[in-house]
Design a protein around this ligand. Structure first.
Ligand SMILES: NC(=O)c1ccc[n+]([C@@H]2O[C@H](COP(=O)([O-])OP(=O)(O)OC[C@H]3O[C@@H](n4cnc5c(N)ncnc54)[C@H](O)[C@@H]3O)[C@@H](O)[C@H]2O)c1
Length: 335
């Protein structure tokens, strides 16, 4: 089915992450080739396409129809994800869709319906933390029983300043990473959430500088997630699991610890491209391997949907001031 057992990838969206994925697929992924790049900004499409030896497009439908495109990587703004992923499914082409799968759970359900109509899983969602080696190792220890039953999840997601944002967007676009991480590592769905936040600007109450979510999981464990929109020092993502017989946590920085001049110091990772550089490469490779083997893997459209269901419960909690329960449909058999 694939020419010379190589998957031709069409990248839609040649912005910051689209460029990272294109370069990884073109130079660091076995059995993959970037054959086409599309962006509404023709210059961006051309720049990324020429760096990969690919064809540039400004029309998504034309790229999807290109016979050199076997699979799609969707890296456009959030509001376009569901429609582009559905177009890929309808064309019979698997897609790696950046997070979030959609901007609402109802929109994500349209993707689920398209996959159900196709009768198979075709979408992987870009929750790449599950490919970060430190996260993978913590999960392995947990599954092997090294720290006993998981009692508590604690996630921390600290960003350098990326512009003014709202608490609604934080939940759907950013904390959604931590929501997926929590579901994945705890191997349990979130049962309730209670969200609080500090506005970035006092006269704009739904602007967000810092947010915290307390949560309970089905099965009885508890958890929390902290999010910052302006650390003033760099980027950090960590999670820690407290188990019945021990605790396991991921590391945030791998730079050396320096002792000098009466001080101990360690360089902080500036932002996500540096912190998760290896995870994006592993994500791309595992996605390509799964397409070639016909065995879908990684975060599914169901995971994309369920993470949005939890994000929406967090938003409701910010509106009601009360704990809220995620409201989901029944899990279809293909997931
Ligand atoms: N998994 C991660 O760690 C991660 C990291 C960054 C971004 N993201 C996600 O990736 C997506 C893109 O983020 P980004 O930071 O690269 O944004 P960006 O603004 O840098 O790039 C988006 C690109 O999409 C183009 N575009 C806009 N509308 C389009 C359309 N309808 N069709 C085709 N192209 C269109 C823009 O011209 C731009 O080049 C977002 O959904 C974001 O949530 C994920």
């Amino acid at each position: 089915m694939f020419k010379n057992d190589v998957v031709g990838v069409g990248v839609i969206g040649a912005g910051e992450i689209g460029a990272v994925h294109s370069e990884n697929l073109a130079r660091r992924t076995r059995r993959a080739r970037v054959t086409a790049v599309m962006d509404v900004d023709g210059e961006r499409a051309e720049a990324v396409a020429s760096a990969c030896g690919a064809r540039a497009y400004t029309d998504a439908a034309a790229l999807i129809a290109d016979p050199a495109v076997d699979a799609l990587l969707v890296a456009t703004p959030d509001a376009t994800h569901a429609d582009l992923t559905i177009a890929a499914i309808e064309a019979g082409k698997p897609a790696l869709c950046e997070k979030p799968l959609a901007t609402t759970a109802a929109d994500a359900q349209r993707v689920l319906r398209a996959e159900l109509a196709a009768g198979r899983r075709m979408t992987q969602v870009g929750f790449m933390r599950i490919y970060d080696r430190s996260h993978v190792e913590v999960r392995r220890l947990l599954r092997r029983g090294d720290i006993g039953r998981a009692l508590r999840f604690r996630g921390m997601h600290i960003n350098p300043y990326r512009g003014v944002t709202t608490i609604d967007r934080v939940m759907v676009n950013s904390l959604i990473h931590d929501i997926h991480s929590a579901r994945w590592i705890m191997d349990a769905e979130v049962e309730s959430v209670f969200a609080r936040w500090v506005p970035a600007q006092p006269d704009e109450p739904r602007s967000a500088r810092f947010a915290s979510v307390l949560m309970t999981f089905e099965g009885g464990a508890i958890g929390s997630m902290d999010w910052s929109g302006n650390s003033n020092y760099g980027y950090e993502v960590t999670m820690e699991i407290t188990g019945e017989t021990g605790t396991a946590g991921t590391v945030s920085h791998t730079s050396p610890i320096l002792r000098q001049g009466s001080r101990i110091s360690q360089a902080v990772t500036p932002n996500w491209p540096e912190r998760f550089a290896d995870a994006y490469i592993d994500e791309a490779q595992i996605w390509i391997d799964s397409i070639l083997s016909g065995q879908p893997t990684g975060p599914s459209a169901w995971d994309g949907y369920m993470s949005l269901v939890v994000a929406e419960a967090c938003i409701r909690s910010t509106q009601t001031g009360q704990p809220e329960m995620p409201q989901s449909i029944k899990r279809p058999a293909i997931y």
